[in-house]
Design a protein around this ligand. Structure first.
Ligand SMILES: CC(C)(COP(=O)(O)OP(=O)(O)OC[C@H]1O[C@@H](n2cnc3c(N)ncnc32)[C@H](O)[C@@H]1OP(=O)(O)O)[C@@H](O)C(=O)NCCC(=O)NCCS
Length: 239
């Protein structure tokens, strides 16, 4: 599971999204100042107010880059300007396209961790993505006991500490990708059962008819994309 997926290609100019395709975009959130200004100019007033609430400049700039590039990506599928993309928010905060932009049934989800972001796009089903930087977690076993199922917790405990960290974040991203697809968020992590081993890719046990894709977008990162149904063709673009 540790090799970086070398599947990130530049997107073609005549980009199309077929009904059986999932597109995942890898985004560098640390953008040069001039580019940040261009991206900030495409954000809505409420997004700029959110950006200004970040205490650290680095976090503010990464939020602007994430939202600005999300707008830029969606605008390519919608054939409109990035600043014309309009969002609505579901009850637990999941951004979706406002009705004015929703005619093509485009669904998306964004995740960020440190300097990297991932945006997953699909035009037929709800989609969720989660990305985590693998980092030391001091109370890893306690967290796993609280948020994972007994079988998952026992699997983690059986591993050496190096493997534990990576497997912990693999469980976490798989669960969260599913909960971000449904829009439920982190509230129900312990209800989403995932089957995986250090060498085998993850499967969702909670439901039989969802696909789960695990990705390693960079060294020390793990990510997962969850989407209902099977038979997807995954394409990965570097923004
Ligand atoms: C959504 C959630 C799982 C994000 O966790 P995270 O690991 O910190 O962040 P990620 O980087 O993976 O994802 C954040 C992005 O997901 C999207 N998002 C926000 N809420 C979401 C939700 N409920 N479902 C799916 N996606 C969501 C946004 O695009 C957000 O990024 P942005 O605001 O910069 O655009 C977490 O914030 C959560 O559980 N939210 C629910 C909160 C809730 O229940 N509120 C109740 C209010 S009534």
């Amino acid at each position: 599971m540790t090799a970086v997926n070398n599947i990130w290609q530049p997107a073609p100019i005549d980009l199309t999204l077929l009904p059986d395709e999932i597109h995942v975009w890898r985004i560098d959130l640390d953008q040069p100042e001039a580019q940040l200004q261009n991206l900030a100019a495409t954000l809505s007033d409420d997004e700029m107010i959110r950006a200004q609430r970040f205490h650290f400049q680095e976090h503010q700039q990464r939020f602007i880059a994430g939202r600005g590039i999300l707008r830029s990506i969606l605008s390519r599928y919608l054939g409109i300007k990035p600043s014309e993309v309009q969002f609505n928010y579901q009850q637990r905060g999941k951004p979706i396209l406002a009705e004015t932009c929703a005619s093509r049934g485009l669904g998306f989800n964004l995740s960020h961790s440190q300097e990297l972001g991932l945006c997953a796009v699909n035009c037929t089903r709800e989609i969720g993505v989660d990305l985590e930087y693998i980092r030391p977690v001091s109370d890893l076993e306690a967290l796993a006991k609280r948020f994972f199922l007994p079988r998952e917790y026992e699997m983690l405990r059986s591993l050496c500490s190096n493997q534990q960290q990576e497997v912990f974040f693999r469980y976490w991203t798989c669960k969260e990708a599913y909960l971000k697809a449904t829009g439920d968020g982190l509230s129900q992590l312990e209800e989403v059962e995932v089957f995986l081993t250090p060498t085998k890719p993850a499967k969702l046990q909670i439901t039989q008819d969802w696909s789960l894709f695990e990705l390693i977008p960079a060294n020390n990162y793990v990510a997962a994309v969850a989407v209902a149904n099977f038979g997807w063709n995954l394409k990965c673009w570097q923004y």
